[in-house]
Design a protein around this ligand. Structure first.
Ligand SMILES: [Zn+2]
Length: 249
């Protein structure tokens, strides 16, 4: 049962058709892992907190630098030098003190047991972490919401290969040997903050759909590609690879 504070705090989302109080209770009972507290992780943390996901755990070992501030929107100038995961967790709790937000000021430990989580947000900026999260999410049958953004472009996928063996995993879409693996290094390629915000916002929208709006179709099995130069959004069907090392067994 939602208490009075919850009913007020989440009033504008529980009135959405098919969401209602039951959907909000589901969000409050959902545990999220956010890997990366940068350009994607900041809006993902802030919006999952605001929406009332009940437990959020954020991992990042980096410290805030002035070059981060054009996009890592939870981090303020007076927090340069602080740990990103810790600072983001504090900002999330300022928005919503009624949820639990934890942090680890280290890079994600791939030996960590992720079984407690329902949703894994891949907000990392490197392929090694993306592949590791894909492996763990598949193995433990978790929903992985993976995204990346660079310059004026971004991409998003909802991966549920562990829950449905007809759906592709991240490695089906981006095999390790593939040349089409996305460039994710903002340091080298550059990035506009409003683009990471847009992609991160879609990550949270998909998480809300997966937990609380099950009447609507999941985008699992599709790759969403956004081009901010032309303002185009493409939804491309992606298929499972028969010989995928991660998900074909
Ligand atoms: Zn696969």
């Amino acid at each position: 049962m939602l208490n009075d504070d919850d009913l007020n705090r989440y009033a504008r989302q529980v009135i959405i058709p098919n969401f209602d109080e039951n959907g909000q209770e589901k969000l409050l009972n959902t545990k999220c892992l956010i890997v990366g507290a940068g350009g994607l992780g900041c809006p993902v943390g802030l919006y999952t907190s605001a929406a009332g996901f009940g437990y959020i755990e954020i991992w990042d070992e980096d410290t805030i630098e002035i070059t981060n501030l054009n996009r890592q929107i939870a981090h303020k100038t007076n927090k340069i030098g602080y740990n990103k995961a810790e600072n983001l967790a504090k900002e999330c709790l300022k928005i919503n003190p009624n949820i639990t937000v934890k942090f680890q000021s280290s890079n994600f430990d791939i030996s960590k047991d992720i079984n407690i989580f329902d949703i894994i947000f891949d907000c990392s900026d490197n392929q090694e972490t993306k592949y590791a999260l894909n492996y763990l999410s598949h193995k433990h049958k978790k929903i992985l919401i993976s995204a990346s953004a660079v310059q004026m472009e971004g991409q998003l996928s909802v991966l549920k290969s562990g829950l449905n063996n007809t759906l592709p995993c991240y490695e089906c879409i981006f095999p390790k040997t593939s040349e089409k693996a996305p460039i994710t290094n903002c340091r080298e390629a550059g990035i506009i903050g409003s683009i990471t915000a847009f992609i991160a916002s879609m990550q949270v929208s998909e998480a809300i759909k997966e937990i609380a709006l099950l009447n609507y179709p999941s985008i699992a099995g599709y790759l969403i590609l956004y081009d901010g130069f032309s303002q185009s959004l493409d939804k491309i069907k992606v298929t499972k690879k028969n010989n995928c090392l991660i998900c074909s067994n």
